[in-house]
Unconditional design. Structure first.
Lengths: 339, 288
């Protein structure tokens, strides 16, 4: 169990080599340990960077270029597997690493996907250990548990990670999650935090948001599982909370109270289209191969079975509580479209 | 046009359900949903808008068809409780009658949870039906969570062995599983014994052919002659009698040896068997 921390710890024990408690300092000095954010150019990374850079020095690592980057954020457009990544860690004191750079692209080749995710994360772990970085935050996902007919209604952090059983694309993430877990035990000097949020909704381009952005939302006839969603802003807040000194461990992170899929589609205000499961399976496989559909067929399990988490540890230990209601969270998938 | 028709049909259905329920049951439903689902649905998927129809149908079935008599409902504790009953009748109508009786008779009304088979979750409509009526997947984590929330949980320790009983063995309890006792000890939950009289005669099964059941991968293959008579597909309209006993309290280590747990289970089994025997002695007629 991670130790209890309170807001007071955050105020008093900011890690700062110069000894001053500098959370309120407006000008960020270059000696202050920086937060490295991998995958900073993604929608979630940008949001996190915008939240963090006012208070802490932020360094981004991403192989994409960072358009519209705030001037005080240092960005390195490199592949984390390359040697140059080490220079980032070597050249400046680093207080924390937030790893968002996990690729979820079922279209990418399996070997590229795997080496990017696993080899890339292993590099990060190596640097964190070598340069004695006090904090590592991994954004995993509650998909690592996997939607299954025999799931308990609420999965706790010690439930087995069976997500890869039906859906091989998630195996990378399961492996990364497990690497982080073993790192947690091997290196007690580093506070390792693994966050497992439920389906993140918002401007992000992940599968659940893309699914809810479809003009007609297909569902499975006769299935209406309970679903948990979380607003991207709440996810960012959970990451911020995880960055506080003293916090370590694995945390499920959920948003507003769960609701049946039908209510989520209704809150969206778009028509749903129930399709028999057998038909959906046979249709989706060729559509996926022809690149018409953007979801591989095994992902249908997400709208068939429950995969919900118990987030009381995050609420008690992280001090996390969602700020967005269900309607607002669901409708956030349309934010920034056609505007 | 089609949408309008659907809306009209839905409105009419709701009207029928409300008429069947009457103002008293509407009030009970409201009371339960305020408690369980202030956000519209409870975390396990119980949905008052959907449950309304099921309650209307089950109430009609229980009151008009089986003419259920309930005794001892005042023994139901207000907090968490494991309701342990005999299981019988080839199809689990007894579960439905118990759940609806507790909803109709207990004060305040309560939603009884039962555990359903895992594979039922893979079936369309069935999975949705169970979830929206408040039934949960049969894994221990769910049982513990529900009891910690202070809810009543229905268990049939006989399982399908009880369900598949032949007519010759009616009202003879088969082997009890031990899981419910470990659950009760772990969560410090009282056990409420319940004798169900009537269900054991609703379908007259003369034999259970295990070899066929095994080949078909189903729990039992009963031979029920009445099914071949027109109208015999319906269960016989035997009067249901539910006798709730006094709550039993057990203490001990939930991880004890089977033999230790078995002794405690035996107490529950003996209690239910004697309640069944008494109930049968008092019964003057199958149908009245």
């Amino acid at each position: 169990m991670p130790p209890e921390t309170s807001a007071a710890d955050f105020e008093s024990s900011e890690r700062d080599p110069s000894g001053k408690t500098g959370a309120r300092a407006l000008s960020v000095s270059p000696e202050e340990p920086a937060v490295v954010v991998t995958g900073i150019v993604g929608r979630l990374g940008r949001r996190l960077a915008r939240r963090l850079h006012r208070e802490r020095r932020v360094i981004g690592i991403d192989r994409r270029s960072f358009d519209g980057r705030p001037k005080d954020i240092e960005h390195h457009q490199i592949d984390i597997r390359r040697k140059k990544t080490r220079d980032v860690f070597r050249s400046t004191p680093i207080g924390a690493v937030v790893h968002l750079g996990v690729m979820h692209d079922p279209r990418a080749s399996a070997s590229e996907h795997h080496t990017w995710n696993v080899a890339g994360f292993q590099k990060i772990l190596e640097f964190v250990a070598q340069y004695e970085i006090p904090k590592l935050v991994l954004l995993s996902s509650s998909n690592v548990y996997g939607p299954r007919p025999d799931n308990p209604q609420f999965l706790t952090e010690d439930s087995p990670l069976l997500g890869g059983a039906a859906f091989s694309e998630i195996r990378d993430l399961v492996e990364i999650d497990m690497l982080a877990q073993s790192f947690f035990w091997k290196r007690p000097e580093t506070e390792t935090v693994i966050l497992r949020p439920v389906h993140i909704l918002g401007t992000v381009k992940n599968a659940p948001s893309n699914y809810l952005r479809l003009p007609i939302v297909p569902t499975l006839l006769g299935f209406d599982p309970m679903i948990q969603v979380i607003h991207e802003e709440d996810t960012v807040r959970a990451i911020e909370l995880a960055l506080r000194p003293g916090v370590r461990g694995i945390f499920n992170v959920a948003g507003p109270p769960p609701a049946p899929l039908s209510r989520i589609v209704r809150a969206l205000g778009r028509p749903g289209l129930p399709i028999p499961h057998a038909l959906a399976m046979t249709m989706l496989a060729p559509l996926w191969r022809l690149r018409v559909a953007s979801f591989p067929a095994p992902e249908l399990d997400h709208i068939r079975y429950v995969c919900m988490v118990d987030d009381h540890r995050a609420r008690e230990t992280l001090g996390y509580a969602p700020t967005k209601g269900l309607e607002e969270t669901v409708r956030a998938v349309d934010d920034g479209r056609w505007t | 046009m089609a949408k309008g028709l659907v809306r009209m049909a839905r409105g009419a259905l709701r009207g029928v359900a409300s008429a069947l329920l009457g103002p008293e049951l509407e009030e009970r439903l409201m009371q339960v949903s305020r408690e369980l689902a202030p956000d519209g649905v409870d975390p396990f998927g119980w949905d008052p808008d959907y449950a309304r129809y099921v309650i209307a149908a089950a109430t009609t079935m229980s009151r008009s068809y089986f003419r259920t008599i309930v005794s001892g409902i005042e023994n139901l504790p207000t907090g968490r409780v494991l309701i342990v009953a005999n299981h019988s009748g080839q199809i689990p109508l007894d579960g439905m009658i118990i759940a609806i009786s507790v909803f109709l008779e207990a004060n305040p009304p309560r939603v009884v949870r039962a555990m359903v088979e895992k594979w039922s979750q893979t079936l369309p409509f069935v999975s949705t039906f169970f979830a929206k009526c408040g039934q949960v997947v049969g894994v221990p984590e769910n049982a513990i969570r529900l009891l910690r929330r202070g809810e009543p949980l229905l268990v049939f320790p006989e399982g399908t062995r009880g369900l598949a009983k032949t007519f010759a063995h009616r009202y003879e309890l088969t082997d009890f599983g031990l899981g419910f006792m470990r659950l009760a000890l772990e969560t410090d939950t009282p056990i409420l014994p319940l004798a169900v009289i009537g269900a054991e005669e609703q379908y007259i099964s003369v034999a259970n052919i295990r070899s066929i059941a095994k080949t078909l991968h189903i729990p039992s293959f009963p031979v029920i002659p009445q099914l071949f008579i027109p109208g015999g597909q319906l269960p016989l309209p035997i009067r249901y009698r539910l006798h709730f006993g006094e709550p039993l309290y057990f203490r001990g280590d939930p991880d004890d040896d089977d033999s230790v747990i078995e002794e405690k289970v035996w107490v529950v089994k003996a209690t239910i068997q004697s309640m069944l025997n008494n109930g049968l002695k008092e019964r003057k007629s199958l149908f009245f």
